[in-house]
Ligand binder design. Structure first.
Ligand code: DOR
Ligand code: ZN
Length: 344
């Protein structure tokens, strides 16, 4: 069996920099036409100028044959100047600004300490119509790690959407029924991305026969009924929900550690894994909207005109990929993915 899709885009991607960037970028460029590239480098990509330089490094790391466009994002801090927003918008290559609560996740120490410190920037973004991308978890250590997304909606996100009603917001990598319900309840300005891991796994996958660091990401995997709500949203045809892998490469040694990093690498099968989800739900007909239409429409970019083909031809994922001096352990390492990307 084969399916053909308008070329998809990845609306949430970590490419890193240097040798790590070189190790991963081809996987994304083989499948996706564009990707929103996360700015959580060390140091973070806080200005349009830094984004211009990072974009050039990404373009230089692409295989010669690639036709892939990195869509840049800036990293919001307590010190972001409202004037940076107009500069970002005018650049034509910055498509969003990313909000990480300080300390919420990998390289988020420079994130925002209290959202009200950024209200002038959010007002400028609303004015300039530049989307805000949200890592939606509170960092309060008193709040259970499995509840941090739901609490974030109540404490932070609902206030932002009320205060800045014209601001376009992408609630990134949502993991809970509460987030699905919130996004559905909001106007068309509020959308969400969904990752393959949150659609394919529930939190049992963290402890299958032992602790599984390669299934650890943030927000953390949730209970089965949350996964069901995410699948329903993905296959619903609702244009508020679209593809964002959150593919987040980390060296093997920093995942398999006493204090391991959060992040799952999925770019090697970044569209194929979603095909599994949609097929299992009996809704392969909805995959193209989710992967190739909704995100482009939300970001007000043209849909692609070329197509990709996937065939139902299971393949075994390598046990690892080279990653500088280290190794990268991909999602499904050593086991199969049901769909295969056909070469053009
Ligand atoms: O699991 C995650 N990894 N979640 C994030 O929010 C960041 C990402 C990363 O950069 O590794
Ligand atoms: Zn991410």
């Amino acid at each position: 069996m084969k399916i053909s899709l308008l070329r998809p885009d990845d609306w949430h991607l970590h490419l890193r920099d240097g040798v790590s960037l070189n190790a991963v970028v081809a996987h994304t460029a083989e499948r996706f036409g564009r990707a929103i590239v996360m700015p959580n480098l060390k140091p973070p990509v806080t200005t349009t100028e830094l984004a211009r330089e990072y974009r050039a490094r990404i373009l230089a790391a692409l295989p010669a044959s690639a036709r892939f466009e990195p869509l840049m994002s800036l990293y919001l801090t307590d010190h972001t100047a409202p004037t940076e927003v107009a500069r970002a918008k005018q650049s034509g290559f910055v498509h969003a600004i990313k909000y990480y609560p300080a300390g919420a996740t990998t390289h988020a120490d420079a994130g925002v300490s209290a959202l009200d410190k950024t209200f002038a920037v959010l007002a400028a973004m609303e004015e300039q119509d530049l989307p805000l991308l949200v890592h939606g978890e509170v960092t309060d250590s008193q709040v259970d790690v499995f509840d941090r997304e739901a609490v974030f909606i109540d404490r932070v996100l609902s206030d932002v959407t009320r205060r800045f009603p014209a601001l376009r917001v992408v609630f990134e990598h949502i993991t809970t029924k509460e987030a699905v319900d919130f996004v559905k309840s909001q106007p068309a300005t509020i959308a969400a991305t969904l990752t393959p891991q949150h659609l394919l796994l529930d939190r049992n996958a963290l402890f299958e026969g032992g602790i599984r660091p390669h299934h650890y990401c943030l927000p953390i995997l949730k209970r089965a009924h949350h996964r069901e709500a995410l699948i329903d949203a993905a296959i619903s045809g609702n244009p508020k929900f679209f593809l964002g892998t959150d593919s987040a490469p980390h060296a093997k040694h920093s995942k398999e550690a006493a204090c391991g990093c959060a992040g799952i690498y999925s770019a090697h099968a970044g569209i194929e894994l979603y095909a599994e989800v949609f097929e299992q739900a009996g809704r392969l007909d909805q995959l193209e909207g989710f992967a190739s239409h909704h995100g482009a429409d939300f970001y007000r970019l043209p849909r692609h005109t070329d197509r990709i083909t996937l065939s139902k031809d299971p393949w075994t994922v390598p046990t690892h990929y080279a990653f500088g001096d280290d190794r990268l352990i991909p999602f499904r390492a050593g086991s199969t993915v049901a769909w295969r990307l056909c070469s053009p």
